[in-house]
Design a protein around this ligand. Structure first.
Ligand SMILES: [Zn+2]
Length: 368
């Protein structure tokens, strides 16, 4: 079903000032799928990137796989643009952005100590620019999700970064930015729900939306691993804390229960879904024991418009009529097409943190 585009006229603030000009909200041809990516997402830098268990080239692997399987071509995906400093200042403080001009700060945030020895122009070019491009992609996907009913950014999901603090490989608060851009610029978008199924607590967006009643956060995570941010937990409306080695049945039961509860409790205009591909058994960071199969079978339901990505896992999205799930596994299952009318399943390994995507049928929740 084709969704009608919303009125995308820009809002003005209480003083009648328009938001800053940005290239990230430029119109996208209807011939493009609402899937956002750029080759610049991938971080390669003399092997230094391999010092972190996170696979910093996984986004390209996903796209390569999807092209090989003829789901995508270069011509029908949306090319991400790098977020400018002005874009970033919608959320970030100037002092935080200035701190990123110190390589030692970036080395700490990305957990790659040797970066501190490199001149900052190299760190900017080889590490921060890819992350800014992914951040631009998330903001673009936010608008596309409203226009089309769903969208995916194949990167981003930097849920440990807040307006004035980075960490856990997350240097820019792309989730907060995507939501604030929508609130500021798109008529009719005033309530957001974040569903964060990454194995780690999403303390960045939680700190950013601590006192913001427009944003409802459901977070499901391993309570024993990074970041264990007690202050940020106060922002979570549906908190599901898991223990080491949580397995399929318990995980499914809890996610379904709280997902239903979330959708019954609030009716958001946008859902940001941060997929957790690091929940899988054997993941070097997540500490959970979820099998790939349950991500295919899980009857998650989606509602509203959505998008997203994940820093630790991969990308995702949801749709107005269904929710999809990026699923980590080496296997490939089946697909029919990218059409919103079809059921689609695929998955892909990327160095322990795999990626995949499942569309499951939606059970009836709808915003419109
Ligand atoms: Zn994670």
């Amino acid at each position: 079903m084709q969704q009608c585009p919303r009125n995308m006229s820009h809002k003005e603030d209480s003083e009648g000032k328009s938001s800053h000009p940005t290239g990230l909200y430029a119109s996208i041809p209807r011939t493009c799928l609402p899937i956002v990516y750029h080759p610049d997402y991938n971080i390669t830098f003399m092997g230094l990137e391999k010092l972190h268990p996170f696979d910093s080239g996984k986004w390209g692997k996903v796209i390569r796989f999807l092209k090989e399987e003829q789901f995508l071509t270069d011509g029908n995906i949306v090319e991400a643009l790098e977020a400018t400093e002005e874009d970033l200042l919608v959320v970030h403080t100037k002092s935080y952005l200035n701190r990123l001009k110190w390589s030692v700060v970036v080395a700490t945030i990305t957990e790659i100590p040797p970066l501190m020895c490199l001149p900052n122009f190299l760190v900017q070019r080889r590490v921060l620019r890819p992350l800014r491009t992914q951040t631009g992609g998330t903001i673009m996907a936010g608008k596309l999700a409203v226009d089309r009913g769903w969208a995916i950014n194949v990167g981003g999901g930097f849920h440990h970064c807040s307006s004035d603090k980075g960490g856990g490989f997350c240097a820019y608060a792309d989730i907060t930015l995507a939501i604030k851009f929508l609130f500021e610029r798109v008529e009719g978008i005033s309530r957001a729900t974040i569903i964060d199924l990454d194995a780690h607590q999403g303390n960045g967006h939680e700190r950013d939306f601590m006192d913001d009643s427009r944003v409802f956060i459901m977070d499901v995570y391993n309570r024993n691993i990074y970041p264990r941010d007690g202050f940020a937990k106060r922002a979570i409306k549906r908190k599901v804390e898991l223990d080491w080695g949580t397995e399929d049945s318990e995980y499914l039961r809890k996610v379904e229960l709280h997902f239903e509860g979330t959708l019954n409790e609030v009716q958001p205009d946008i859902i940001i879904y941060n997929a957790g591909t690091d929940i899988l058994d054997g993941d070097p960071l997540g500490g959970l024991s979820i099998s790939p199969q349950i991500l295919l079978d899980a009857p998650w339901q989606g509602g509203g418009v959505a998008l997203e990505a994940s820093s630790c896992g991969s990308a995702v999205h949801m749709g107005r009529d269904r929710l999809s799930y990026f699923k980590p596994d080496r296997c490939f299952h089946q697909t029919t097409s990218w059409s919103e009318e079809k059921t689609m399943v695929h998955c892909r390994n990327s160095a322990g943190l795999l990626i995949g995507l499942t569309f499951t049928e939606f059970k009836g929740y709808s915003l419109v």
